[in-house]
Write a protein that binds this ligand. Structure first.
Ligand code: ZN
Length: 322
């Protein structure tokens, strides 16, 4: 057993995850995130989550919020999400049917149904993916272009789900938006961010006939402008990777979510779904608590008045320019 596995086993059997599930998570909604999980790992992870929590659909949570009725939700409610729309997600369908589980998959609207590739999977000696998540969108695209990556190029092998996959899975899977080409939104210009946020919703609704009410921020990155744009584009909610669980009163455009690795074993899934792992890492300064680009003071409307117009700077300036 590796040290890492031993650590997760100790944390799991410390009883702390159980305690968190039956206290902090008992009356809250936990969102967990996977990406490109292999079917055998998914079967174990999802089966554990089904045993330890009550897995609900994202829309069940949104409906409870609309009604303002927390009794509509089971105790220890949990929503399973997968980001990006990786091609291998299609292999999860039999598992979802067998376990009778709803999941939400956040699609990159400009990559699904094409043979375009995800920029963050591009491997080249001159490309530092972590660094490119911190620079302006123009700089990121220029660096990728210098290294031979064109986000619109059609490669031989697709990396994302295709149209047929989406058709076959849609009765079981709630497909939502993860922008079009997966830039880090705070590094985009106002026009780029609007095209990514509103354009992806339009594509998924018009080209695929999906009903899109949620957007997951690429890399979990957002700022006040992005929140305003998501609301303006007609989404009912947005999903982050900010630490924590959700109540009916959590800002719907900053829903919190816990990250689970695609190759985590059951012990690690147990510890991470309880929030304990992110909590410990964040305490140690190894993981952020929330998007570093969000400054609450930069937007006045929104924190508690979700329907009011965003008529305050600098967000209003960005909106007016569009
Ligand atoms: Zn992503």
């Amino acid at each position: 057993m590796t040290l890492r596995n031993a650590l997760f086993k100790c944390l799991r059997y410390s009883g702390l995850p159980w305690l968190l599930r039956h206290t902090v998570q008992q009356r809250r909604v936990t969102l967990v995130m996977f990406h490109d999980i292999a079917p055998d790992y998914a079967e174990r992870a999802f089966a554990f989550l089904k045993r330890a929590y009550n897995v609900i659909a994202l829309d069940d949570y949104l409906e409870a919020r609309r009604k303002g009725d927390s009794r509509a939700l089971p105790p220890r409610a949990l929503v399973i999400t997968l980001d990006d729309g990786h091609a291998r997600n299609r292999e999860l369908l039999p598992i979802l049917e067998k376990l009778n589980l709803p999941v939400t998959i956040f699609l990159c609207a400009g990559i699904v149904g094409t043979r375009r590739h995800f920029w963050f999977k591009y491997r080249h000696p001159d490309v530092n993916i972590g660094h490119l998540k911190t620079v302006s969108n123009a700089e990121r695209l220029a660096a990728l272009a210098r290294a031979g990556f064109d986000p619109l190029r059609e490669w031989e092998q697709p990396q994302a789900l295709d149209r047929q996959d989406i058709e076959q899975m849609r009765s079981r899977v709630n497909f939502q938006s993860h922008t079009s080409l997966h830039p880090c939104l705070p590094h985009c210009t106002d026009e780029e961010a609007w095209a990514e946020i509103a354009g992806s919703r339009q594509t998924l609704e018009q080209d695929y006939g999906l009903r899109v009410n949620a957007l997951a921020f690429p890399n979990g990155d957002y700022n006040a402008r992005d929140l305003a744009l998501v609301r303006r584009a007609g989404y009912a909610c947005a999903i982050t990777v900010d630490f924590g669980c959700n109540t009916l009163h959590t800002d719907p455009y900053r829903l919190r979510r816990l990250s689970i690795d695609d190759t985590d074993n059951e012990d690690a899934v147990c510890v991470k779904a309880s929030g304990l792992w992110t909590f410990l890492l964040a305490l140690l300064g190894q993981r952020r608590w929330k998007s570093p680009y969000y400054r609450p003071g930069t937007i006045v409307a929104g924190e508690d008045t979700h329907n009011s117009d965003t008529s305050f700077t600098p967000v209003s300036g960005a909106l007016r320019r569009l």
